[in-house]
Design a protein around this ligand. Structure first.
Ligand code: CP
Length: 295
């Protein structure tokens, strides 16, 4: 049974096939090739992009989608997540897409081997579909045919890295592909790992091909880390002054905190591909659903 808990669930050949299919979907919408399939989405945390993108992707492939709103589900009567999942799996869906606050929830459900699990974001540990759509957006920008051709490109991840599942999955995928990953953050936002670290973007900006800006994940902070994010923005906001005329691709998974993560002006700049990432997210998720549900 094929799950997607993190991007290492896909081997190199599957990654190539996935990116190829996403590009084909972007070039030409498919016929509804997965009619009669049914997915259940279960989002225990808020989402705009991931949930809608999965639903759009599924519908474009002819897949029916049932959304269970956890706030209206029997988890509110004390039913455990495991029991909720087993009851949903008893209805024989072709897969369950789940977002949850705990890092290990998708894996725990996948281990039951009842139905394919697609991780739509878990704690600060993994957001594989975001990493895959970021990979696709970089490939498209650099006109590459395979993800492995990203080898040698340098990406700076800027912001609240320690709280970010986007960064966690991205770092694992990008380093696997041979990209150079550098981390730019103030100390409280910096994770403990072996990657090169800087407090100032200015120290590396002349050497990077891509900047991925991240939002401060206030909802994951046990206590406020910075009193005033306008002060933080003076060092870490991606502005036109910081970017100058450099030919750097600017990414952000969203939601963007305007003028804290990226300035209004830079969001309008053609180097900023935030909405292209969202568009690509549909095609990449279509390719993921094809890969998992055709299995
Ligand atoms: N990028 C992302 O995961 O956005 P949402 O939280 O809106 O799904």
């Amino acid at each position: 049974m094929q799950h997607l808990i993190d991007t290492n669930d896909f081997n190199d050949q599957q990654l190539i096939e996935l990116m190829h299919n996403a590009k084909a979907f972007k070039n030409q919408m498919p016929s509804k090739s997965l009619e009669n399939r049914l997915l259940i989405t279960l989002f225990f945390e808020n989402s705009t992009r991931t949930r809608s993108s999965f639903e759009v992707a599924a519908k474009r492939l002819g897949i029916s989608v049932i959304h269970l709103d956890p706030s209206k589900s029997s988890t509110k009567k004390g039913e455990s997540l495991e029991d909720t999942f087993e009851n949903l799996a008893a209805m024989e869906p072709d897969g369950v897409i789940i977002r949850h606050e705990y890092n290990n929830t998708p894996k725990k459900l996948a281990d039951k081997a009842l139905t394919p699990i697609i991780n739509a974001g878990a704690g600060n540990n993994a957001h594989p579909t975001q990493a895959l759509l970021d990979c696709f957006t970089m490939m498209e920008h650099f006109s590459l045919k395979t993800p492995q051709e990203l080898k040698g490109k340098k990406i700076a991840i800027v912001g609240d890295i320690v709280s970010s599942r986007v960064a966690s999955s991205g770092i694992r995928l990008f380093t696997r592909l041979g990209m150079e990953v550098v981390l730019i953050a103030p100390k409280p936002f910096m994770p403990d790992n072996e990657l090169p670290k800087y407090e100032n973007l200015a120290d590396v900006i002349d050497k990077v091909d891509v900047i991925m800006s991240l939002r401060a994940q206030l909802e994951r902070h046990k206590a406020p880390i910075f009193e005033d994010y306008n002060e933080y923005a003076k060092e870490y906001c991606i502005t036109k002054e910081r970017m100058a005329e450099r030919n750097i691709l600017l990414l952000h998974p969203g939601p963007v905190m305007r003028n804290i993560d990226i300035s209004d002006e830079m969001l309008e700049d053609e180097r900023c591909k935030v909405l292209e990432q969202v568009k690509n997210g549909v095609y990449v998720r279509m390719a993921i659903l094809k890969l998992i549900l055709s299995d």
